[in-house]
Design a protein around this ligand. Structure first.
Ligand SMILES: *Cc1c(COP(=O)(O)O)cnc(C)c1O
Length: 411
């Protein structure tokens, strides 16, 4: 039964086993925040962690903190925690750099590991940075990108395919690829896979080891709530690590950085994929958020996000029927990430009007309004309020105000 009142949604919240997590985030009362798929909310513990890392570890400990405050181990320590959320055994995930830089590493590793093959197979709708990085790699070495429609991927492998290169959960529609099947198809064709998990970790269940994945990357500031520009992560399956050489062989990936040896020798562990000095202050807030995720667990969160996105879609169907608004995300919850995209001709102006009324989602060209439902802090009543506010914006036609059509630099 689709709820027919706000009160019914409040009842769903009262019964929600994860409802208490919301209090551990610093969210403004009355705000309906549905953009955690772009920038996750602020964990209350983040301020305290910053005071500690800045005031105590940096301020008092100074350089001694590299040894005494666990700074050196932070990239692998936090990496292992993220690994536990995406089905990776310890020793295979490293927190470092941005997603873009880790994509660059991953594409190069795959091409090195498949000598004689030069094709990077991807889908036309892959996230822009993923596309740009692959194209950038082809300007540096003998490789080329083959970009096909999603439906044609399984048939597109050839003798030249070195790498299947995909984002697991689509950044606009939230459609989920079948990681197990596509990884198996890539291996069958003699290729490796690299999955971008930016919209997966904290949103859906992932089994990297279970699917036999080779390489993966992901982002720290979306569903993981690590903070704006939080470091990203890289997964390299253990079986490949000894044979894989980073294209950015910086001193922190050396087997003994403080020997200051004249020549590079890679660490015999995941650390070999580090480039430079880890961003300790940024890692502190990421770790607070990742610890919360580890406490909650990926499976219950994914189940709650599925319930919330299903509720939102049902409410859109039930209450926005007269308007030209189309659900662009899969209707099968198992095939959907933790976000819903609505296609609307004037989606940009509609979203600007929604944001001004305290419902924050975002917009992706040409016509997609995106609404994210991160499990730890989003409520059933948020889905209700978002749909009712959208109904009001449509009914009153306030979105026609020309100022809503003016593009902002970040939306
Ligand atoms: C957000 C996102 C990124 C982010 O890349 P950065 O280098 O961390 O800015 C990369 N890939 C996908 C699919 C994303 O959604």
């Amino acid at each position: 039964m689709v709820p027919s009142s706000r009160d019914e949604c409040l009842v769903l919240d009262a019964r929600d086993a994860l409802a208490a997590w919301r209090a551990r985030f610093d969210l403004t009362d009355g705000l309906v925040y549905l953009d955690g798929n772009s920038l996750g909310a602020l964990p209350r513990g983040a301020g305290e962690a910053l005071e500690k890392v800045v005031g105590v570890e940096w301020g008092r400990g100074l350089v001694r903190s590299w040894n005494e405050a666990g700074w050196m181990e932070a990239p692998t320590r936090i990496g292992d925690k993220i690994g536990s959320l995406v089905g990776a055994a310890p020793g295979q995930v490293l927190v470092c750099d941005s997603t873009s830089v880790n994509l660059f590493k991953g594409v190069n590793l795959a091409l090195d590991l498949r000598p004689g093959r030069r094709t990077i197979l991807t889908e036309a709708g892959n996230f822009p940075t993923d596309r740009y990085i692959a194209a950038g790699v082809t300007r540096l070495r003998d490789a080329h990108v083959e970009s096909v429609d999603r439906a044609a991927l399984a048939e597109a492998f050839g003798d030249e395919t070195a790498l299947l290169y995909l984002t697991h959960v689509d950044f606009t529609t939230g459609e989920v690829h079948d990681m197990a099947a596509l990884t198996a198809a890539a291996h069958e064709a003699g290729a490796l896979v690299l999955w971008d998990l930016s919209h997966s970790a904290g949103a859906v269940e992932v089994a990297l080891d279970g699917c036999g994945v080779d390489l993966a990357v992901g982002c720290g500031y979306k569903y993981l709530n690590g903070g704006p520009g939080a470091p990203a992560y890289l997964y390299v399956a253990e079986r490949l690590q000894d044979h894989a050489h980073t294209p950015i062989p910086g001193w922190m990936g050396h087997e003994d950085p403080f020997a200051f040896a004249p020549d590079y020798a890679p660490a015999r562990s995941m650390r070999r994929f580090l480039a430079g000095t880890p961003p300790i202050v940024a890692l502190a807030t990421l770790e607070v958020a990742v610890d919360m995720w580890c406490e909650c667990g990926a499976a219950p969160a994914a189940a709650k996000s599925r319930a919330l996105t299903s509720l939102f879609i049902e409410l859109v169907d039930a209450r926005l029927g007269g308007w030209d608004i189309e659900v662009a995300s899969p209707r099968d919850a198992e095939k959907r990430g933790a976000q819903v995209a609505l296609r609307a001709e004037h989606g940009y102006a509609l979203m600007r009007a929604l944001i001004e009324r305290g419902v924050i989602g975002d917009f992706r060209p040409p016509d997609m309004m995106r609404f994210g439902f991160p499990a730890l802090y989003t409520r059933h009543v948020d889905a209700w309020d978002a749909v009712e506010t959208l109904r009001d914006v449509l009914d009153t036609e306030v979105w026609r105000d020309p100022r809503y059509a003016e593009r902002l630099p970040v939306t």
